[in-house]
Each structure stands twice: as structure tokens, then as C-alpha cells.
Design a protein around this ligand. Structure first.
Ligand SMILES: Nc1ncnc2c1ncn2[C@@H]1O[C@H](COP(=O)(O)OP(=O)(O)OP(=O)(O)O)[C@@H](O)[C@H]1O
Ligand SMILES: [Mg+2]
Length: 234
């Protein structure tokens, strides 16, 4: 079942067109990897999906509803949640306050969701009264993901979750993403520069280069592609 579909999307900032003719599909239950170098357009694509940027043309459909022109809060309420690049937790608030902020779009069962998130990230339970800024980078990333999960999203968008983390924490974040897929059946679209690890956890992938998709396919096909072997995996 198709959950998210982008048809021929052009998007960018004012006169600067970044995304050119992007068409992608995300089926329910998939983990889709969105790969590309600095400036390829990954963040622009995620911002366009959640309504922070209005596309110049093209269509975005989520669970059979056209969301192309909807404002961000309405798109959030339909069940799309973005964990932005650079985490952006509120450093002055406690861990628990940060998590509860995630419910602003509405979640009637927020207490049980909070419990679920604490079980998923025991470290956040331990630190729940601590202020956000006192967490390590990896813990802040967990908190940012936990906050996005507080809305019980149907689709979770992750913008470079491994950015700036130590190799050990990078492993933990990728393990967590696999767990979300396996145990919670969360559908995920993950933008990353960590090509190898993203290929490992994804069902299908898209490669962006200067705002266009230059390669797409199932994990097995992507691994075999010469482009990936040469350019991305070295
Ligand atoms: N607010 C903005 N105004 C104008 N141009 C922008 C703006 N934000 C990004 N861009 C440009 O859009 C292009 C794509 O940027 P984007 O942030 O989407 O790339 P990215 O793939 O997320 O890169 P990175 O991996 O470094 O985060 C770049 O050329 C960038 O300079
Ligand atoms: Mg980016």
C-alpha cells in the first residue's frame, strides 16, 4: 500500500530551484534511504514533504490525501513527523518536558506513548528530570527521535540522524531505526550521508545529486550498482 507519493516535485527557495522533477514512493512498513552528498537537496526534500517549503509544481499525496498545499500543522496532524537536522531539542527544558512537547499536535494516549518511549530509550527515563542541554549528543538525538514518536506518527522522517555522533553512537542510532521498523512497524524515510549503514537498514533507496534522483532501487540492486561501488563505497 502506498503511503507517500511525490509526483514530479520542483521545490526550492525563492528563485533558487533545488529539487527538479522528484518522484518517489514510500510503501507502508518500508524504510526508505535517501542518500546524497552535502547540498544534494535531502533537507529541502524533507522540508517540502512536511509543508515548510511549498513546491513550485508537482503533487504530494499521503494516504490518498493530497497534501501539496497544506500548512505544516495540518500535515503533522495527518501523521508525518520530522526529526530535523541538528536535532533541535529545547536545551532549557527537561527531557520529559521535551517529550511532552511532541504531543502538541495531539495524542490522546500520550501517557502510554511516553511509557513506550521510555522503554525504547531507558536512558531518557533515567534522565527525565535533567535539562536537555546536559545530555550528550547521542542522547539528544534519542530525545529528538523520541519527541517525534510522541505523536504516534504514521511516517517518520529523519534528517541525518547520525550527523556529528561518535561511531559507537552512530551504530546505536541505526540499531534503533531497525528496531522501530521491526517492533513498531514505523514507516521511515531517512536522509543520510552514511551510505553503507543506510543501505544496510533500508528496503529501498534513492540517490539525490544536485536536486535530481540519479539512482533508485531495492537494497540488493543498489549494493551491486557500479555507481555506488565507485562513488559512495570507495
Ligand atoms: N534557506 C535557503 N535558501 C537558499 N538556498 C538554500 C537554503 N537552504 C538550502 N539551500 C540550498 O539548497 C541546496 C540543497 O540544500 P539541502 O540543505 O537540501 O542539502 P542537503 O542534501 O540536505 O545537504 P547536507 O547533507 O549538507 O545537509 C544547496 O545548494 C543549498 O545551498
Ligand atoms: Mg541536510
Amino acid at each position: 500500500m502506498i503511503m507517500l507519493q511525490l509526483d514530479n516535485i520542483y521545490s526550492g527557495y525563492g528563485k533558487s530551484v533545488v529539487l527538479k522533477d522528484i518522484s518517489i514512493k514510500v510503501d507502508k512498513g518500508e524504510v526508505i534511504g535517501l542518500l546524497g552528498a552535502n547540498g544534494a537537496g535531502k533537507t529541502t526534500l524533507l522540508k517540502t514533504i512536511v509543508g515548510l517549503l511549498k513546491p513550485y509544481s508537482g503533487k504530494i499525496i499521503f494516504n490518498s490525501v493530497e497534501i501539496t498545499k497544506l500548512p505544516p500543522h495540518k500535515i503533522a496532524r495527518l501523521g508525518i513527523s520530522l526529526v530535523p537536522e541538528g536535532r533541535k531539542i529545547l536545551p532549557q527544558l527537561t527531557v520529559e518536558e521535551n517529550l511532552l512537547l511532541g504531543t502538541f499536535v495531539g495524542n490522546e494516549n500520550f501517557e502510554s506513548t511516553l511509557e513506550l518511549i521510555y522503554n525504547l530509550f531507558p536512558i531518557l527515563r533515567e534522565r527525565k528530570k535533567q535539562i536537555g542541554s546536559s545530555l550528550s549528543g547521542g542522547e539528544q538525538q534519542m530525545l529528538a527521535i523520541g519527541r517525534a514518536l510522541m505523536t504516534n506518527p504514521k511516517l517518520l522522517l529523519l534528517d541525518e540522524p547520525s550527523l556529528g555522533l561518535s561511531p559507537k553512537l552512530v551504530d546505536e542510532v541505526f540499531k534503533l531505526i531497525s528496531k522501530l521498523k521491526d517492533e513498531f512497524s514505523t514507516t521511515i524515510l531517512i536522509a543520510e550521508q552514511n551510505t553503507k549503514k543506510t543501505i544496510d537498514i533500508s528496503t529501498r533507496l534513492y540517490f539525490l545529486k544536485t536536486g535530481s534522483i540519479v539512482l533508485q532501487g531495492k537494497k540488493e540492486d543498489i549494493e551491486k550498482s557500479d555507481l555506488i561501488k565507485e562513488v559512495y563505497l570507495g
